[in-house]
Unconditional design. Structure first.
Length: 185
């Protein structure tokens, strides 16, 4: 997100401008679809393009693939590439797997409640309206006293050490187990 420039709302393909649907709920459904192992690559590409553009475009599948990945990485996935460290030759460096601290899917009730508590935003009423970039910024900016941030804090909390902390350790372990992330497909 760059406040000096407007949010991406359109894309030009071979001289024709298309309005993009980058509402947060559409992007979340798109990510779900891309993670669906039962769908083949062609179906994912064609469905993904339709979800983003709202129309079918008449191109060979290799061109559709190129268009889809360009749109995806320039809008939804750009921070993924921006945060990958590279060596002196520009090659991606090996990455340690970061521990996942939240899941938009599993934590949906807490995210919903936290948006409502902090911003007065009803995410169901904002479907089709709230841009993906705005959603991500608001999610990152939630106050620490919201339920979502409290749960993330519990998941990342260090267990206390030292004498007399056994009761605290037990309570924190129970909370960590209660709020642990489940494996997602």
């Amino acid at each position: 997100m760059d406040l000096a420039y407007p949010l991406t709302e359109t894309v030009e393909i071979d001289g024709k401008t298309y309005k993009l649907n980058l509402s947060f709920d559409n992007v979340l459904r798109l990510i779900d679809m891309l993670n669906d192992k039962q769908l083949d690559d062609i179906t994912q590409i064609e469905t993904g393009l339709y979800m983003l553009l709202g129309v079918d475009i008449d191109y060979p599948i290799d061109k559709k693939e190129e268009i889809f990945y360009q749109i995806f990485y320039e809008t939804i996935g750009k921070e993924i590439e921006e945060n990958i460290p590279v060596d002196l030759e520009g090659n991606p460096m090996p990455q340690q797997k970061e521990e996942k601290i939240y899941s938009i899917k599993q934590d949906a009730p807490y995210i919903y409640a936290s948006f409502y508590q902090d911003y007065g935003i009803d995410l169901f009423e904002s479907q089709g309206k709230l841009h993906w970039e705005k959603f991500k910024a608001l999610l990152a900016g939630l106050r620490p006293d919201t339920k979502f941030k409290e749960i993330v804090n519990i998941r990342t909390m260090e267990l206390p050490t030292g004498k007399g902390t056994e009761k605290q350790r037990k309570q924190i372990k129970e909370l960590k187990e209660y709020y642990r992330l489940h494996d997602e497909p």
